[in-house]
Design a protein around this ligand. Structure first.
Ligand code: FES
Length: 388
């Protein structure tokens, strides 16, 4: 049972004490466990910062705050599942909970623990599904999708310049070139990241402004994981390195350009229902290195822009058109993937997919309608004829 908790149902605990992308690559395995153990209370041992994603995943009853390979605050679960790593630390941490049954990979230092051999060449999504399959739990690697939370903004481009290690961080100057080019083409860019990445996002924004960027906003450090998911889900495109946001784009079906460094996209690359482009120079190296990988630096601004503009053009063809409805004696109702900007190019809220624009001139919140037209008895001019 979990510490301080008296379960009425048998407990299954799954260990994945890692980051955002790691959790998202384990979603098919978690859903498979949910289906295979419908009577169990499923506890996920993972960092508390990821709790906001659990309602989107829909397979987990509870989060136990664990960062790293343990310890796991759970005693005598009916089933323990190692979705964390090859072992032995993670496997040993789960063995210390004294589970009734342990689903994990085999490890030579733990000969009494059955499981399939660890395959270092397996894609991270299929690895965990294959391990569960070996233990008799069928899992579908394509079962990755999440439904995005509602977003108040849409139609923007998310640029996420950070990554866990410098080896995977494309230079900020290059991100700035991309941001500037996108805003010159009329796109609104949101720079995302965690609290520790806010200075980096700010640096990219400042460099982009030096290059003529206008419609750029730094939201790094101001979103929790669910709000980040909403922004990614409502975006037309995500541009990022080999990091968790790339997996969020995959899960939410948002097109993405992912700039790979020392790790092949064959191991951690995107898949799924949306269009994704993985840029990789073909050079493997240390993913935890403290300088950008050589291959990462071989990917140029032109490469990223070519991929981005291609995906944006395709998304534009598939996007609903913007419509403007003349409300009788009232505002103009604008629907669709629009953005309202000032004369100098700054985006003006509220950024919803539908807004009412004042037509009477009496609103106190122009350009938006605040209902003043009713008190003013506004009468709109006659609507144009259909073929006028
Ligand atoms: S149209 Fe509503 S306040 Fe002007």
């Amino acid at each position: 049972m979990m510490k301080g908790h008296q379960p009425s149902r048998p407990v299954l605990v799954a260990l994945r004490g890692l980051g955002l992308g790691d959790l998202l690559t384990a979603v098919p395995a978690l859903r498979a466990l949910r289906r295979a153990f419908p009577e169990h209370r499923v506890a996920l041992a993972a960092p508390a910062a990821l709790a906001g994603l659990l309602p989107l995943i829909g397979a987990v009853d509870e989060l136990l705050d664990v960062s790293g390979a343990g310890p796991v605050p759970c005693h005598a679960p009916d089933v323990a599942v190692n979705l964390h790593g090859a072992g032995p630390q993670s496997t040993a941490a789960l063995l210390r909970t004294r589970p009734g049954r342990l689903l994990t990979h085999a490890h030579p230092l733990l000969p009494g623990t059955p499981g399939p051999p660890w395959d270092p060449g397996a894609h991270e999504v299929t690895r965990w599904c294959a391990m569960l399959g070996w233990h008799g739990v069928p899992a579908d690697p394509a079962d990755l999708s999440l439904t995005a939370p509602v977003s108040e903004v849409r139609g923007h481009v998310v640029v996420h310049p950070g990554a866990a290690y410098p080896a995977r961080r494309w230079p900020p100057e290059r991100f700035a070139e991309v941001v500037a080019a996108l805003t010159r083409s009329g796109h609104r860019v949101l720079l995302t990241g965690g609290p520790a990445e806010r200075p980096l996002a700010g640096e990219v924004a400042a460099l982009a402004r030096d290059r003529g960027a206008t419609r750029t906003e730094v939201v790094a450090g101001r979103t929790d994981v669910a709000e980040l998911a909403a922004l990614v889900g409502a975006a037309r495109l995500v541009i990022c390195g080999d990091t968790g946001v790339a997996h969020l784009a995959t899960a939410l079906g948002t097109p993405s350009v992912v700039i790979f460094g020392p790790v092949s996209p064959a191991l951690w690359g995107p898949s799924g229902r949306a269009a994704h482009i993985a840029l990789w120079a073909g050079r493997s190296g240390d993913p935890h290195g403290d300088v950008p990988g050589e291959g990462l630096l071989e990917i140029g601004v032109a490469d990223v822009l070519a991929a981005a503009t291609g995906l944006l053009a395709r998304a534009g063809e598939e996007t609903d058109p913007v419509t403007v409805t003349l409300c009788e004696d009232g505002p103009l109702l604008v629907r669709g993937p629009f953005t309202i900007v000032t004369r100098d190019g700054r985006a003006v809220g509220p950024g919803r997919s539908t807004v009412a624009l004042c037509r009477c001139g009496r609103s106190r919140v122009k350009p938006f309608c605040d209902g003043s037209h009713k008190a003013a008895g506004f009468r709109a001019p006659g609507e144009p004829a259909a073929d006028a």
